[in-house]
Design a protein around this ligand. Structure first.
Ligand code: PMT
Length: 325
């Protein structure tokens, strides 16, 4: 059972569950290449900047993971998340001076694309002749800003994007990122906005081919995905500043659940959000306080992520000065 639901998971059981999860996962493609990219990114952002301090680095996770039902996957169980929170937060982290490792679901919202229409390539451009394409007047400012800001962040070595689909890819990549970031100690932050599956079918127990229809009952055994938050905190990156999220649809239980997660997983803060109001307000729960953070409708950058990232960045600054917990 999930520890945040109130029942203790003994540490040997968690260890065994974590081992079983990773043992059963199909090997991550290009893990050496990913490690190399990470090492270069972290090294590049670790020399002291103008203020004499090395840049802070945050890993933002974003989007929902899938849990495949077949090895040659046709069907899967998905988790709700558009990736809007992660993409928007990434923009504000960059503005706040962070370098960002953006671990996101393929096809989810991307940083700097919020002002573009949903189908940007088709709606933003028009053909002039056989070989030339022009940006439509209505979108020219938005396209220019998106392209320039994105290009500046990526070529400036401040934004590294890595993509996942499945819960196996997500957790394997999170582990690689955390272990790579261990060397920067408290300068590292994890901002875990991805909606990770709570259940999965172990790879070795999964059928290879597409499940055939015909039966009235789909008999698939899903097992609990171990909560990796405590492993991240304890083993992968013990000095990092860790923010997790708590999503509920029932506002009456939200803060209690967030408080339980904070304590259980030893997070530095838990961002509590209710599904329908998540773009308007969140509550940042720490061991000392609960801070309501609201979207400022009169501000030009009027996303709730604007004050949220300012608050978390301040808390991270204090933590860097006094890293003890
Ligand atoms: O993407 P949007 O549409 O903008 O929506 C944003 C959001 C609502 C998805 C986001 O703000 C949010 O709340 N993300 C976390 C949702 C979630 O999965 O909550 P949870 O209670 O299931 O998990 C809590 C935390 O545990 C999360 O930080 C998650 O990364 C982590 N987790 C979850 C399952 C698991 N097996 N291991 C984990 O480590």
């Amino acid at each position: 059972m999930d520890a945040a639901k109130g029942l203790e998971v003994p540490s040997e059981t968690l260890e065994a569950e974590v081992k079983a999860f990773f043992d059963s996962a199909p090997p991550l493609q290009n893990s050496d290449g990913i490690t190399q990219q990470l090492d270069q990114f972290i090294q590049r952002n670790s020399s002291p900047s103008a203020n004499g301090k090395a840049r802070r680095i945050v890993c933002v996770t974003s989007g929902g993971t899938t849990a495949p039902l077949e090895q040659r996957c046709v069907r899967y169980v998905d988790n709700f998340s558009s990736g809007h929170r992660g993409a928007t937060s990434t923009e504000y982290f960059l503005k706040a001076g962070y370098a960002v490792i953006f671990l996101c679901r393929k096809g989810s919202f991307q940083p700097f694309c919020r002002s573009l229409p949903d189908d940007p390539l088709l709606e933003c451009f028009k053909p002039i002749d056989e070989s030339n394409i022009q940006v439509c007047e209505a979108y020219s400012e938005a396209v220019k800003r998106a392209v320039v800001d994105h290009h500046t962040a990526v070529t400036g070595g401040l934004l590294l994007k890595l993509h996942f689909n499945t819960i196996f890819e997500y957790l394997q990549m999170l582990q690689i990122i955390a272990v790579s970031m261990r060397c920067i100690g408290p300068r590292a932050m994890f901002y875990l906005a991805a909606a990770a599956s709570d259940y999965y079918v172990p790879w070795k127990e999964m059928v290879e081919h597409k499940i055939q229809s015909g039966s009235h009952l789909l008999d698939v055994k899903l097992v609990n995905v171990p909560k990796m938050l405590s492993v991240l905190r304890k083993d992968w990156a013990p000095l990092a500043f860790c923010i997790s999220f708590k999503l509920e649809t029932d506002a009456n239980i939200l803060l209690k659940k967030a408080g339980a997660a904070l304590e259980k997983y030893k997070m530095d803060a838990v961002v509590a959000n209710e599904l329908s109001s998540r773009k308007e307000q969140v509550v940042v729960v720490t061991s000392a306080e609960k801070v309501l953070v609201m979207r400022n409708k009169s501000d030009a950058d009027n996303d709730v992520e604007n004050p949220l990232i300012k608050l978390l960045s301040d808390k991270h600054g204090t933590y860097i000065e006094h890293p003890g917990r």
